[in-house]
Design a protein around this ligand. Structure first.
Ligand code: NAP
Length: 288
């Protein structure tokens, strides 16, 4: 199967690499072409000059883009994926998007199959092909390309209906970003009261409050500036904006998520937008 991959950011480059290494003939496209060239050098993947060409040269296209706006551009612009008259008919959006955006893409898809398939797990999980993928389709629908998903993941969860993958991803990230904010506050209080950050973190990690996302991000929480950014505050802010919108659409009250979103918004406005999410520890400490 010839696979197209658009969006070679922190996550996408690692995912596309795993698809290529699993033996799929892969063609990639990225807005900033240098990233596509670096990936092609490492893996032998082909490079498309535009999303349209990416579509023409492949049977299925995976996208791992920043947000609704980026995804809209890559699919619907003049040389976008949907402008191709031939090639791929299956399109999997794997970035964290709003369900409304997935519905809008489906409306403009002209018979192509659009599936939301966002992922849980950060860059380490992407590198090790251990992502969890939430698919807005049933198992039968994804059977023809299940091998492509398996090349990137440890688990694929089928949620059966379009948009359900996007909903589930936003719900999970509301929890993760809540944990992140609470950890920042808990750690800062423990440190202010005289316990070292390391000892406080280890006690939390051994407690009933432990969670995988806290454990594997330990180095970042203790010193985010000493490690590469894994997930930006800007993208986390986007997630909680979408979650709050989704909650409002369904008439569900989410005051804690809104507060967490506001903290991320303040941090982004104070110059932390491109810092890792764990920098909320540092940002909140600066507000003391
Ligand atoms: P990233 O490193 O910022 O990469 C974003 C990608 O989107 C890049 O390829 C970028 O292209 C592209 N892009 C942005 N705006 C564009 C536009 N207007 N037109 C075309 N391409 C555009 O982000 P990431 O961390 O890989 O995250 C990607 C998605 O996965 C996001 O939705 C994020 O919320 C989600 N996610 C991230 C993680 C994580 O741990 N990082 C985990 C799970 C899910 P350029 O290279 O040209 O800028």
């Amino acid at each position: 199967m010839r696979v197209g991959f658009a969006g070679l950011g922190r996550m996408g480059a690692l995912m596309a690499e795993n698809v290529t290494r699993a033996g799929f003939k892969t063609v990639v496209w990225n807005r900033n072409r240098e990233k596509a060239e670096r990936l092609a050098e490492r893996t032998g993947a082909g490079i498309a000059a535009s999303p349209r060409e990416l579509c023409e040269r492949t049977e299925i296209v995976l996208t791992m883009l920043a947000d609704d706006g980026a995804s809209e551009t890559v699919h619907c612009a003049r040389d976008g994926l949907f402008s191709a008259a031939t090639g791929a008919r299956h399109f999997l959006e794997m970035g964290t998007m709003s369900p409304d955006h997935i519905a809008a893409l489906r409306e403009r898809s002209d018979g192509r199959r659009i599936i939301d398939a966002p992922v849980s797990g950060a860059t380490d999980a992407a590198r090790e092909a251990k992502l969890m993928i939430m698919v807005g389709a049933d198992a039968e629908t994804i059977a023809p390309f299940r091998g492509v998903l398996d090349a990137m993941s440890r688990k694929v969860v089928c949620l059966d209906r379009p948009g359900a993958g996007a909903v589930m991803k936003l719900a999970i990230n509301a929890l993760i970003h809540g944990l992140n904010q609470t950890l920042a506050e808990a750690l800062n209080v423990a440190v202010a009261a005289g316990i070292s950050a390391e000892r406080a973190f280890d006690a939390i990690d051994a407690s009933a409050a432990a969670a995988p996302v806290l454990s594997y991000r330990r180095p970042l929480f203790l010193d985010d500036e000493a490690h590469p950014v894994s997930f930006t505050i800007a993208l986390a802010h986007k997630d909680l904006d979408l979650f709050a919108e989704l909650a409002a659409e369904h008439g569900v009250s989410v005051p804690q998520a809104e507060l967490n979103r506001d903290c991320l918004e303040d941090a982004a406005a104070d110059g932390f937008a491109e810092a890792d999410l764990a920098a909320m520890v540092r940002y909140m400490r600066g507000r003391q």
